[in-house]
Write a protein that binds this ligand. Structure first.
Ligand SMILES: [Fe+2]
Length: 183
């Protein structure tokens, strides 16, 4: 059994009942990750696993700092003894470093986890940021608008989306270019 299947069942156990919408989102993100297999080769399994697990830190039972990338990664490290690369992908997903800075958690995040290779981080951004909150297929612009509308002006998350926007757009462009190359 690959990491992806283990990750799917773990994410299902953690998210399906308390957070059905987050579970639907995670299913959509994982489906996107599966679609990137042609450009990721042997690393596809790791990306798919990270897609299933990236948002588990939202689950009520996992909340510790209240910053979901860090809480999810800590659970994977401490309870599941997951591999460090997978923990790093979850800890730093979708521009989490900038949100950690805004929340005053950057020292904790960088002390505890290492950001992995940028290709996988970019691939996870692509999957997350082109999937809506209920698993819909979104363009990156629809997704950014949805996040801004959901959190509202003045919210920390909305502010962080502004900081992250260039990084998110660059990641999507990079993955789309790689996909175009293999088609
Ligand atoms: Fe997330």
């Amino acid at each position: 059994m690959g990491q992806a299947e283990w990750a799917r069942e773990l994410a299902r156990t953690i998210l399906e009942e308390p957070l059905p919408r987050r579970w639907a989102h995670s299913q959509g993100v994982a489906a996107k990750a599966e679609s990137l297999a042609p450009i990721l080769g042997s690393e596809a399994d790791l990306l798919i696993a990270s897609a299933w697990l990236h948002d588990i830190g939202y689950a009520p039972d996992l909340i510790d700092t209240g910053f979901h990338p860090l809480d999810g990664a800590r659970y994977l490290r401490d309870v599941e003894r997951a591999d460090a690369t997978l923990c790093g992908l979850v800890a730093y997903h979708s521009g989490a470093i900038n949100e950690a800075r805004e929340r005053g958690l950057i020292d904790l995040l960088t002390a505890e986890f290492h950001e992995g290779r940028s290709e996988l981080a970019e691939a996870l951004i692509y999957c997350d940021i082109t999937t809506g909150p209920s698993g819909e297929r979104f363009t990156v612009h629809e997704r950014l608008a949805e996040i801004r509308a959901r959190y509202g002006p003045g919210d920390l998350v909305t502010r962080v989306i502004g900081i992250n926007e260039p990084l998110l757009l660059a990641a999507v462009a990079s993955v789309e270019a790689a996909l175009a190359d293999v088609r």
